[in-house]
Structures are given as structure tokens and as C-alpha cells.
Design a protein around this ligand. Structure first.
Ligand code: ACO
Length: 434
């Protein structure tokens, strides 16, 4: 009769073990029972880069990478992108349900009233070099925020956790916009509490001498859609960083500075910046085939293509492509779009990409939209971090109350030297330090 167990025979000893299977997984600590000799530590699983290891139970986001499915709390991403707002989606991600009308009004009001930052943050921003990368400024200012809210260290207090979550969601657009204004040598714009979340962000980014900045409604909605699409993506590199750092019980500002640093890398949130640089380097549709050949030869990767989880078209990429069309109606067509479309066409037909299941990911088109909105490429990872704040916080909130979690502490397979004796400096041989 079928049972939910895995039978294992250790051929070193002939011993047999029954390992329980729950939710399609075995508990890795069960392997510890498998020992070759008394005093043996027990078997470990070796999984560099966590290719097949679940680090938590989570009810936030569901992805089926083979089928190209993404859902927040059960709601398909396309329905949210079409009908929701970023703040409503953030509420859903954090608390598990869509808000009622009254809850949404209260939530939006609370976020709106936490958008201001301490005046000292302005001085902190001003201390950066004129050409500082806005993502470096953003990461640093997140860490700095923890010093303004020392009570945030009380991570076991649910009221504190909730308040800090609201503060973070509300303040990240302000930090992001100020980082941008700094890079342009423009005066910082304070939040306007009468505007929507995205309308206020666009105002803090682009307002000049006008008394009130009125964003184009199409662009405001496009940004809303981009924010919804980027809100969470389960246990990716930065969410894992957020959970891992948070598992030390540090305050969420410090944990989020670490998560944002993870997002900065070119293989993660920095990819949209890399895509734009790549499209600009190709420059012309005629040069696409030659570029693809170089990718296939292993000279470099096609940025914005491939995903650890999606082995099908990234569902967010589809929506972003439609959003791009709406944005270009207002801003005019970005000439690099033709290069992107040609790259996608050739890659989707090519055996190299087909056999490796490499499809455009969320970042392939998002950079083109950001550029159309007038943003420099260095701002792209910052644009990703604004909405991902709600996802990081949802993952963190889930992790800090999970009784199965402890401080994150992976094991290692030690492959270094055995014990040896200290040698006098004159007796040592030079080492080639790489
Ligand atoms: N261009 C060319 N070849 C690629 C690409 C790419 N973009 N991505 C993967 N491959 C190839 C690899 O060379 C490898 O080929 P091989 O089997 O012949 O050696 C195969 O596909 C599998 O690649 P892995 O590196 O094992 O895949 P992994 O799951 O580790 O990587 C990643 C996923 C990092 C996203 C990768 O596809 C990549 O580097 N893409 C470009 C960067 C990018 O767009 N990142 C954004 C991801 S989305 C996000 O973070 C929001």
C-alpha cells in the first residue's frame, strides 16, 4: 500500500530508513539519522544556490515556473495587474486578503501619512557624491532609517512590526525620488499627500516650479501596473536575504538594506539596467543576429532572458509588453523597442534558447518603459525596490513569527586543509593570491 514516505537504503552500511514526505518534501534533518558509523555527524544534503531546497513554508506567492503562473495569495497576477492598485496589492500581500473599501481607505491614508522622512535624511543624501549610484544611496538610506526608529528593534512586538512595515512602504518612494533628484542636482521635492501613491512618486521625481505636479494618467497607471508586477516573487535572492538577515532578529530597516543590496546585482534587480545597456550596445536591428551568435558562443548572456524558476514565458513579461505599448502611445516609441522585439523573435526561434527554455523575463521590457518615463538606467533597480518592499516585508513578517524558523545557518561541506602546525614566517612559501 502507498505511504507518504521515502525508503532509503544506505549502501555503505546496508541500513534502511523511512523518511516521511509532507507537502512534496522531505525534512533535510531526517537525513541526519543516516550515519555510516557511531559518532558520524549524519548525512547532509548539498545544495549550492538552493536549487532544490525549500527554506520555509509560505502562503504569500505561488509560482509554477513550467506553466508560467504567478499568483499573490491565490490571485492571478494578470487580474491584479488589470484591476488592482499597488497599495491594494501590498495590503493583500501583507495580510492575505484583499481589503474592504473601508480598510483600503484607512490603509491608503496611513501609508500617505508616513511618506515624509526626517529632515536629517536630506543631509545624509546630500553627503553623497554628485554622481553616486542612486541604488547605493537607496540602500544606505534604508540602513540609516533604522537609526531614526530604534523601537523597530522590537521585532517580537506585532504593533511595532506593523508600524515599521507601513513606514517602509510609505517612505521608499521618497528615498528613491531623492536619490534621483540628487543625481540630477535638483532640489528634493517633499511628498504631496493629496496624490496617489504613484502620482506622488512621479511628483517627487519630476516636479519643477509648478505648484502641483499632475502626472499623465496613462503613465501613472503604467507605473501602478509595474509596481503590482514587481511586488513579490517568493523566495528569490533578495527575499531570501530579507528572511535570512531577519532571522537574526535585527530590525526590518537593516534587513531590508541587505535585501535591497541583493536586488542591486546584475543577475537580479540590476538586470533591467543591463538590458538597456545591452540594447543600446546592439543599437540596430541589423546587428541582432551577430549579437545572438556571440551569446550562443558563450561570450556573454542575453540580459533579460532566462529565469531560475520560469521555464516558460514569464507571465509578468507579457503584461509589461502591453503596458509598454500604452506608455509609448504617450511618450513616443523608444527606438530600442525594435531591437528588443527582434532579439525576442530570433531567440524564441533559436534552438539554443528553446532547448534551455530561455524566455524573456520581467526585466526584458521594464527598462524600456522606465526609459520612456525619463528615468536614467541607474534608477531601474531602485524602481524595482519600491514595490518589492511590500514583498520583502510580507516574507519577513511571515518568517519572524514562524515557529519552525530559527536563525538561518546553512551547513557546509568542508574541503580545506587538515590540521597542520603554524610555521615561522621565514619557512613559508609564497602563495599566488588571486
Ligand atoms: N543568455 C544566454 N544563456 C543563458 C542565459 C542567458 N540570459 N541564461 C541562462 N543561460 C544558459 C546557461 O549558459 C546555461 O547553459 P549551459 O547549460 O549550456 O551551461 C543554461 O542556460 C542554464 O543556465 P543557468 O545559469 O544554470 O540558469 P540559472 O537558473 O542559474 O540562472 C539567471 C538564471 C541568473 C536568471 C540566468 O538566466 C541569467 O543570467 N539571465 C540573465 C540575467 C537576467 O536577466 N536576470 C534577471 C532575472 S529576473 C529577476 O531577477 C527579476
Amino acid at each position: 500500500m502507498a505511504t507518504d514516505t521515502l525508503s532509503v537504503t544506505d549502501n555503505r552500511t546496508g541500513a534502511e530508513y523511512e523518511i516521511p514526505i509532507a507537502d512534496g518534501a522531505i525534512h533535510a534533518t531526517e537525513l541526519r539519522k543516516i550515519k555510516a558509523a557511531d559518532g558520524d555527524f549524519g548525512l547532509m544534503s548539498y545544495d549550492p544556490a538552493f536549487l532544490n531546497t525549500a527554506s520555509c513554508r509560505s502562503a504569500v506567492t505561488f509560482i509554477d515556473g513550467d506553466a508560467g503562473i504567478l499568483r499573490y495569495r491565490g490571485y492571478p497576477i494578470d487580474q491584479l495587474a488589470e484591476r488592482s492598485t499597488y497599495l491594494e496589492t501590498a495590503f493583500l500581500i501583507l495580510f492575505g486578503e484583499l481589503p474592504t473599501k473601508a480598510e483600503l481607505v484607512e490603509w491608503a491614508d496611513e501609508i500617505t501619512h508616513h511618506t515624509f522622512v526626517h529632515q536629517n535624511m536630506k543631509q545624509l543624501m546630500e553627503a553623497f557624491r554628485y554622481d553616486a549610484h542612486p541604488m547605493g544611496m537607496f540602500i544606505s538610506s534604508l540602513a540609516a532609517l533604522s537609526t531614526f526608529y530604534p523601537e523597530a528593534a522590537e521585532v517580537d512586538d506585532p504593533e511595532v512590526r506593523l508600524l515599521e512595515a507601513k513606514r517602509l512602504i510609505a517612505k521608499v518612494p521618497t528615498l528613491a525620488a531623492w536619490a534621483y533628484r540628487h543625481s540630477r542636482g535638483l532640489p528634493y521635492v517633499y511628498p504631496d499627500n493629496d496624490l496617489s501613491f504613484t502620482g506622488n512618486f512621479l511628483s517627487m521625481m519630476f516636479r519643477m516650479a509648478e505648484p502641483r505636479y499632475a502626472a499623465d494618467p496613462t503613465l501613472e497607471r503604467a507605473l501602478e501596473v509595474l509596481f503590482i508586477l514587481h511586488a513579490d516573487h517568493e523566495q528569490n535572492c533578495s527575499a531570501s536575504a530579507m528572511r535570512s538577515i531577519g532571522s537574526s532578529r535585527v530590525d526590518p530597516y537593516s534587513a531590508m538594506a541587505g535585501a535591497a543590496a541583493a536586488l542591486y546585482g546584475p543577475l537580479h534587480g540590476g538586470a533591467n539596467e543591463a538590458v538597456l545597456r545591452m540594447l543600446a550596445e546592439i543599437g540596430d536591428v541589423k546587428r541582432v543576429p551577430e549579437y545572438v551568435e556571440r551569446v550562443k558562443a558563450g561570450d556573454f548572456r542575453l540580459m533579460g532572458f532566462g529565469h531560475r524558476v520560469y521555464k516558460n514565458y514569464d507571465p509578468r513579461a507579457k503584461i509589461i509588453k502591453e503596458t509598454a505599448d500604452a506608455v509609448f502611445e504617450v511618450t513616443g516609441r523608444n527606438p530600442l523597442l525594435d531591437v528588443a522585439l527582434e532579439l525576442e523573435k530570433i531567440a524564441l526561434e533559436d534552438e539554443y534558447f528553446v532547448s534551455r527554455k530561455l524566455y524573456p523575463n520581467v526585466d526584458f521590457y521594464s527598462g524600456l518603459i522606465y526609459e520612456a518615463l525619463g528615468l536614467p538606467t541607474a534608477m531601474f533597480p531602485v524602481m524595482f525596490a519600491i514595490p518589492r518592499t511590500s514583498g520583502w516585508l510580507a516574507q519577513w513578517l511571515e518568517g519572524v513569527v514562524d515557529p519552525e524558523q530559527k536563525i538561518a545557518r546553512p551547513r557546509q561541506v568542508y574541503v580545506g586543509a587538515d590540521e597542520r602546525n603554524y610555521t615561522a614566517v621565514d619557512d613559508r612559501r609564497a602563495v599566488a593570491v588571486a
